[in-house]
Design a protein around this ligand. Structure first.
Ligand SMILES: Nc1ncnc2c1ncn2[C@@H]1O[C@H](COP(=O)(O)OP(=O)(O)OP(=O)(O)O)[C@@H](O)[C@H]1O
Ligand SMILES: [Mg+2]
Length: 469
């Protein structure tokens, strides 16, 4: 039931109760007065008759004395007088409908009879009925008028403004802070509306400053990820320089042979073809690195996530080829094992490549010579951490395992902290894992770590699978 209606009903019920109670008290009071008047009238008449009758009886006899009663009764029977002989008072006939008074008459000290005065109560009962009906009508009329007034006032002063407040609360809940209620009322509801308007203003201001702060935060994350990319490019560059060196050497020898005229004809043509092949190989290596270095690390503020279905196995292959020179330098083998028929989850390819690179570079750095770094792609049943909703289901699991030094248990809780590193100055920034953590979280996933000292570590990325994609 609406609040205004409830208030109106409660007020009307209270009002009807008060009116009924007042009518009841008025009627009982009037009945008391009525009864008292009747008793006093009877007493006066009784005294008069008790004096007059014995006097006339003694002087002129019984008949003359009783004739005094002849004209006392009213013709309509409302007031009646009856003579009863004897010394026992008469029993009243209609005690409920009439009021009786018995007057004993004594002549010369001897009881000769009673004068019975009786008065009908019908008039009194009719009065009560009439008053009751009037009171009921008056109460009804008062309640109706009050109901109309209360309904009108309730609608204008409570119902309508409250409906506006509810509507406003709904819009705020839906994120719309525009427009003001502007209620002119000076009561509590008006005050609440003004508080609502003020709250909307401050929420709008907070939203603007939050948007500014979010933009600044996104920009800072973007710069951090960019710095991490460049640091990774730096780490890859030494291996790349080595990888580029061999084809460059081959091309240079062939070029010298052609330019010095040591070979000619078909041999020179074959030399030129080899040079072209080697240059293409170099260009491919450089392009891979540049592609990674150029990739945008964070989506620009205000733009949706750039996600598209990604063939994760070929992304891993591409990434492995980027770190291969680094692994080769330490004579490490890189292996990939991918379960066939993997789904293609919607991912930001560049960002996931950055995560993979950070994990692979860490594993390579942690590995001894002639070790193995293994990448495994599978679909796993897992339970998300509580802060991600704790949902159990299928996740794409990308794990990078090495046989390196392992992570001591005392530093394990800190490895995802930004700038936490155990590497020397100039060797590590401590950004790699924190960046990886942020990117995977943005994809709705998480990273698990298992590590044992001197036996190696396994970093497992879990990403939600969108089967439809
Ligand atoms: N596979 C691993 N094996 C052993 N320790 C690891 C491994 N991966 C990470 N760590 C430890 O976690 C620390 C943090 O790693 P993170 O990648 O965040 O920074 P970093 O590698 O030190 O520096 P960079 O920012 O250059 O990557 C490392 O310094 C290292 O001690
Ligand atoms: Mg690292």
């Amino acid at each position: 039931m609406r609040l205004a209606r409830k208030l109106i009903l409660a007020t009307l019920a209270g009002m009807a109760l008060v009116l009924a109670a007042s009518a009841y008290f008025r009627i009982t009071r009037e009945l008391e007065l009525f009864e008292r008047d009747m008793i006093m009238d009877h007493a006066v008449l009784a005294r008069t008759l008790a004096n007059a009758i014995p006097r006339v009886w003694a002087e002129k006899g019984r008949e003359e004395a009783l004739s005094l009663l002849d004209n006392v009764s009213t013709p309509d029977g409302r007031f009646r007088v009856r003579w009863v002989d004897g010394d026992v008072p008469p029993a009243p006939v209609f005690s409920r409908e009439r009021h009786y008074t018995d007057v004993p008459i004594r002549v010369r000290g001897q009881a000769v009879g009673f004068v019975e005065l009786s008065e009908s109560l019908a008039y009194e009962q009719a009065y009560v009925r009439d008053t009751l009906v009037r009171a009921a009508w008056a109460t009804l009329a008062a309640v109706l008028v009050a109901a109309l007034l209360a309904a009108a006032l309730g609608f204008y002063m409570v119902g309508r403004p409250l409906a506006k407040l509810a509507q406003k609360a709904r819009s705020i809940g839906a994120g719309d802070l525009s427009g003001t209620l502007n209620l002119k009322q000076r009561d509590e509801i008006g005050q609440l509306a003004r508080e609502f308007d003020a709250m909307c203003d401050s929420l709008a201001q907070a939203r603007v400053s939050l948007a500014g702060e979010t933009e600044a935060r996104v920009r800072a994350i973007e710069q951090l990820r960019h710095a991490d990319r460049l640091a990774t490019v730096g780490k890859l560059a030494s291996g790349i320089a080595h990888e580029v060196g061999t084809p460059l050497g081959v091309a240079l020898v062939r070029a010298n042979m052609i330019s010095s005229g040591r070979i000619g004809g078909d041999e020179a043509r074959e030399g030129a073809r080899i040079i072209g092949e080697q240059v293409e190989h170099i260009a491919r290596i450089i392009r891979r690195l540049l592609d990674f270095a150029r990739g945008q690390s964070v989506r620009p503020p205000g733009q949706g996530a750039r996600r598209e279905p990604v063939d994760v196995a070929s992304l891993v292959e591409k990434t492995l080829s980027l770190v291969k020179p680094l692994a080769d330098k330490r004579q490490l083998t890189l292996d990939l094992h991918a379960t066939p028929g993997l789904p293609k989850p919607s991912l930001d390819e560049g960002q996931i490549q950055q995560v993979l690179l950070n994990l692979l570079v860490n594993s390579i750095h942690a590995s001894d010579y002639r070790g193995q770094v293994m990448v495994d792609i599978s679909i796993a049943n897992a339970t998300a951490p509580a802060d991600l909703g704790g949902a159990q289901g299928e996740y794409l699991c990308l794990s990078v395992a090495d046989q390196g030094v392992g992570i001591p248990p005392e530093i394990l809780p800190r490895i995802f902290e930004p700038f936490f590193t155990t590497k020397g100055v100039g060797e590590g920034t401590g950004l790699g894992l924190s960046v990886a953590y942020g990117i995977v979280r943005e994809h709705g996933g998480w990273i698990d770590v298992q590590s044992a000292a001197r036996q190696g570590s396994r970093f497992s990325i879990h990403l939600p699978v969108n089967r439809a994609a």
